[in-house]
Write a new protein. Structure first.
Length: 353
């Protein structure tokens, strides 16, 4: 890894030196990006300024999902992103398609070519909304397993072939979850150009636990124990999103509550604080238009800037020195919360790579 050499500077200019180290002398060849995962793309010029402040000119945009339709026994696209008129557009765009495990478990080989053709066709139709963006790669996102890997890898090969028929020079990448990294012999290595290691969703929120299901550092550390390099160059993705998890009074999962902050229940007579992040409803009420019954529990799960600072060195050992550091996912509220309204605080995380 190459760093720009910084000469000695008198103590008088130590403050200037600090800024140089943060913003200049720790530069690497890694690029930076955000995932964008909402169903409406409506970034504004102000969002563009925030991204530019962080030196981020690339967005990985979820274009649509593919689910399994039981009625027709076939894959079905859903949740296609809609693009607002005249939004802020990134210089570089990586379209992402999310595919459920059920698709890969239930699809038969004869359905794969048709699905690959439809997926790639739909991607390029949606890219017409971003005529000036550079498209270096297309990404597939699927939590495959040892039992579904054969179908998924066959699908990836078909996707790659379809991309090559439409546009030369566009690579194919895939997301790599922590368990797929750790248990690579049983999960296999996807036939793509590169992967993005997703360092979040460390446990399932559907099972009540005292650990943070978005990012539990001891869990991540266990998955990232040093071993042979992964056979694909890896970009890395860290979480900046948060959610609240609603359980009933027996701690059975009810739903995820998105865009609900802890300030909604703090110092609220309708809620009793059980612990730092856990609150119990003392009467029937509502949160973000969702019904909360008396006795229900709501746990607020959120990574902090300090969590990401601890995560960075764990990921760095696995990251391609010429790859990309990503945050999941872009939302003005996420950036506001994790940086206390100062987006430049994320620079320290990025510079750690």
């Amino acid at each position: 890894m190459h760093h720009i050499h910084c000469p000695r500077i008198p103590l008088l200019f130590s403050a200037v030196l600090g800024l140089m180290i943060l913003f200049g002398c720790n530069q690497t060849t890694r690029s930076r990006a955000f995932y964008y995962w909402k169903t409406t793309y409506n970034l504004t010029a102000r969002d563009g300024e925030t991204l530019d402040q962080l030196g981020i000119h690339t967005l990985y945009i979820r274009m649509f999902d593919v689910i399994w339709d039981k009625a027709s026994a076939s894959p079905l696209p859903t949740g296609k992103i809609s693009v607002a008129s005249n939004p802020f557009a990134p210089e570089v765009l990586v379209p992402v398609v999310f595919l459920t495990q059920e698709v890969m478990k239930n699809m038969v080989p004869s359905q794969i070519p048709h699905l690959a053709r439809n997926v790639v066709g739909q991607i390029f139709r949606q890219l017409e909304s971003f005529p000036n963006a550079s498209i270096p790669q297309i990404q597939m996102d699927c939590d495959w397993t040892p039992t579904s890997k054969e179908t998924y890898f066959h699908f990836l090969k078909q996707i790659d072939a379809e991309i090559k028929t439409r546009r030369k020079g566009v690579a194919l990448s895939a997301t790599i979850r922590l368990h797929q990294l750790r248990h690579r012999r049983s999960n296999g290595i996807p036939p793509v150009s590169r992967g993005v290691l997703m360092a979040y969703h460390t446990t399932s929120p559907t099972e009540y636990s005292s650990t943070n299901s978005i990012l539990d550092l001891p869990t991540v550390s266990g998955y990232l124990r040093k071993e042979e390099a992964y056979p694909l160059p890896l970009d890395v993705a860290m979480p900046v999103f948060s959610w609240a998890v609603q359980y009933d009074d027996r701690k059975q999962f009810i739903r995820l509550l998105r865009d609900v902050g802890q300030e909604s229940v703090s110092n609220n007579p309708d809620w009793h604080q059980e612990s730092d992040l856990l609150f119990q409803a003392s009467k029937d009420t509502w949160l973000n238009h969702q019904r909360i019954m008396s006795g229900d529990l709501v746990e607020f799960e959120t990574p902090t800037l300090e969590n990401l600072q601890e995560l960075s060195p764990l990921l760095k050992a696995h990251a391609d020195p010429k790859g990309t550091v990503l945050f999941f996912d872009y939302h003005a509220n996420h950036i506001q919360r994790i940086t206390d309204g100062n987006p430049s605080k994320l620079e320290a995380i990025l510079a750690a790579f």
